[in-house]
Design a protein around this ligand. Structure first.
Ligand SMILES: [Zn+2]
Length: 410
């Protein structure tokens, strides 16, 4: 069987591990029985590829190909096989099943890497418990035992309880931390989840940096007065103020000196939310991202200044609540160069680009040298049943990953 066929069949088979098939997409949240069964299937594929398999304390699954020099820091590659609700079949999955195929390719070519190559399926990249990347956060030493009781899913189940239900021991969390000294480099193959590659007609994205979000909530408070009885000049309309703030965010992000700054208001809550009442209170959740921290900080500061001005002019109260402020991560030039060399060798058109979405690699990037390889996403659609990447693009990604691993492990 060819690489493309094997990968296609494996992705299709894994898509069958689904808690909500009627909805059209794939629902496979971390630590559920369905996720456990899918992970066991992945472990079997790893064993079939000749890898030594182990599961750590938070359910990160590793498959090890011992190198010729066992003491040398290893090369780590992988992604995740959990999904959000009604999602697609490629997000994360490509980076795990594609890594298994990359190992098969290297073995078929008779490769004998000097460094150990270790594959990983990180637990819980999608935020079942509100926070994403819990498996890689544990590996990076960024998760405390107390967090496991604090982090809860939408049904109120704590991460500690979910771990126990999955047969894991939350009190052994510390054992999941990886020693950065033992890792030479980490590379993650992933679908782009954007339209940059498709737009440019390139097959491969060599990621140079991963943007990180700075998220915060603005709450504007005015007066919830009668929509018929309150003259325009006497209103304190929180939603009209929010509309100005959204426009300000869009303008400031567009005018950012960094071409990669993005700003979004994806959630808005209007109270009381009745057609005949002037909106008295509005929450806007803002997400500002860039790989360039200076530009991101500049945009956030400018948006907050604009919001204060809008609130003062309109007689609204303004409250600012922090949500998250993650650090962007630069990819290691050695990893990017290895990926670029692999793409060149295969004659594939590629582009150096940033990742606008964040990934497990970003979390590990605080500890070890990292890089990422992107393949195109049709229409940029992701976290949706229509998520699609052509078979040829999937195979190209696997071949570039194999070439990257061979270079990093040489
Ligand atoms: Zn992903």
């Amino acid at each position: 069987m060819t690489t493309a066929t094997r990968l296609h069949d494996a992705i299709a088979e894994l898509a069958g591990f689904n808690d909500d098939p009627e909805a059209g997409g794939i629902t496979r949240e971390v630590y559920t029985p369905t996720y456990g069964a899918a992970l066991e299937r992945v472990a079997q594929w790893m064993r079939d590829a000749g890898l030594d398999v182990r599961l750590d304390a938070v359910g990160n699954l590793f498959g090890r190909w011992e190198g010729g020099e066992p003491g040398a820091p290893l090369v780590l590659t992988g992604s995740h096989v959990d999904t959000t609700l009604n999602a697609g079949r490629y997000d994360g999955v490509l980076g795990v099943l594609g890594a298994i195929e990359a190992v098969n390719l290297l073995r078929d070519a008779g490769a004998a890497p000097r460094r150990t190559i270790e594959l990983v399926a990180w637990a819980g990249e999608e935020p079942r418990f509100g926070t994403g990347c819990i498996g890689s956060r544990a590996a990076a030493g960024q998760l405390e035992r107390a967090d496991l009781d604090r982090l809860r899913d939408r049904d109120g189940t704590s991460m500690a309880t979910a771990l126990r239900d999955a047969g894991l021991d939350p009190d052994r969390l510390g054992e999941a931390e990886l020693d950065p000294a033992g890792i030479h480099a980490l590379v993650e193959l992933h679908i782009e989840q954007g339209i940059v590659l498709e737009d440019g007609g390139e097959s491969i994205g060599v990621v140079t940096a991963i943007a990180a979000p700075h998220d915060f909530r603005l709450t504007l408070r005015g007066a919830a007065t009668h929509a018929g009885a309150t003259p325009m000049r006497l209103r304190r309309d929180a939603l009209a103020g929010a509309a100005e703030a959204i426009s300000a965010l869009e303008r400031i992000a567009r005018e950012s000196p960094s071409a990669t700054t993005v700003g979004t208001v994806g959630a808005l809550r209007v109270r009381p939310g009745a057609i005949n009442v002037v909106p008295g209170e509005v929450d806007l959740d803002l997400d500002v991202r860039d790989s360039d921290l200076t530009a991101r900080t500049h945009v956030v500061d400018a948006v907050l200044a604009a919001a204060r001005e809008i609130a003062a002019r309109r007689g609204l109260e303004l409250a600012i609540t922090p949500i998250v402020e993650d650090m962007p991560v630069a990819c290691d030039p050695r990893v990017a160069d290895a990926a670029e060399a692999a793409a060149r060798e295969l004659g594939l058109p590629f582009r150096r680009m940033i990742s606008g979405a964040y990934h497990d690699a970003m979390i590990m990037g605080s500890r070890v040298p990292i890089g990422m390889i992107f393949v195109p996403s049709a229409g940029g659609v992701s976290h949706h049943p229509d998520e699609h990447t052509d078979a040829a693009d999937l195979e190209n990604g696997v071949r570039v990953l194999a070439g990257t691993l061979a270079r990093l492990a040489a």
